[in-house]
Ligand binder design. Structure first.
Ligand code: SAM
Length: 286
């Protein structure tokens, strides 16, 4: 069946749904390289986000024996259940953004390994949702837009260094593993893609004392990235010992390293509540 870019139909008659970000991998060489990066082993608690037509699922099952998959598309769930036995694949028809990963890891008996060629329209919300569950995740191998991966691993001082880079680098070790061209997918997306490996830092290496405050400080600092910290963080400017932190309030957010952001947020966290102001600070932590 010929494929058009906007309305690709696979051999089994499934029409790719744009609203679910469906771009299916079809390049066998590339699929085996991705599986090699994941290195699935028998007994791994593999959780795949968006199995689609099982391009990754099938080789994952072959190596690990079982995959637990989260797929929003009801038609694809039916096809997956027809194709694999319950012993090989459990399919949860669910929006991954509503999935309680803590509950899932308890159900599966321990920390899970996340795999997914993610729907690009919601890739950043998925990353932040996974961040909340980082304590029950062994590692994540995810395919994303290359531009998003570049931002995730960007060093301070670069133009693309931002909130995503700081928050994720404070919680994960990340390695960009593989660049993937549009032609590896059907239908072909308009953008380049990349696979990234993310390993949550062990608790002993996490320096952030208060995640909601850290998250709020980073968001405020980058809210107007050209402005100086003394403007974006005006609420804290008089309560923080900038000299002790080795940061000048005249610096801009993109000049601060992740470690400096952590030190700054920890200093804000230690300000007595009546002085803190605290706009935009929510509760809850990864
Ligand atoms: N893994 C397959 C592959 O590599 O060929 C499909 C990847 S495709 C880019 C993204 C998959 O995520 C689709 O199967 C889509 O239906 C599913 N999906 C989209 N939004 C989702 C959501 N909110 N929750 C769970 N799955 C979702």
């Amino acid at each position: 069946m010929p494929m058009s870019k906007s309305n690709a139909m696979s051999a089994d008659g499934h029409v790719a749904r744009k609203r679910f970000g469906q771009n299916f991998l079809h390049d066998p060489g590339l699929i085996s390289r991705i599986i090699g990066l994941i290195d699935p082993r028998p007994g791994d608690r593999l959780v795949e986000i968006g199995p689609g037509q099982a391009a990754l699922t099938e080789p994952l099952i072959r190596s690990a024996g079982h995959v637990h998959a989260i797929e929003i598309d009801r038609d694809l769930c039916v096809r997956l259940r027809d194709r694999f036995s319950d012993a090989e694949l459990s399919v949860e028809q669910q929006d991954v953004l509503r999935l309680d990963f803590q509950r899932l890891s308890e159900q599966l008996g321990g920390p899970v390994r996340i795999v997914g060629n993610l729907p690009y329209n919601i890739s950043t919300p998925i990353l932040f949702h996974l961040l909340e569950a980082a304590q029950c995740i062994v590692d994540q191998h995810v395919m994303l837009q290359k531009e998003v991966v570049d931002r995730m691993v960007a060093p301070h001082g670069s133009k693309i260094y931002g909130r995503l880079s700081v928050i994720l680098q404070a919680r994960y070790r990340m390695v960009r593993c593989l660049a993937v061209p549009p032609g590896a997918f059907l239908p072909a997306p308009k953008v380049d893609s990349a696979v990234i490996r993310m390993v949550p830092l062990p608790i002993s290496e996490i320096q952030v004392q208060d995640w909601p405050i850290f998250s709020a400080v980073v968001a405020m600092a980058f809210s107007q990235r050209r402005k100086m910290l003394r403007n974006t963080l005006a609420a804290y400017v008089d309560c923080v010992d900038w000299t002790a932190l080795g940061i000048a309030p005249t610096q801009r957010a993109e000049e601060l390293s992740v470690r400096q952001f952590i030190d700054l947020a920890n200093a804000v966290a230690s300000i007595p509540a009546p002085l803190k102001g605290g706009q935009g600070i929510e509760t809850g932590a990864p």
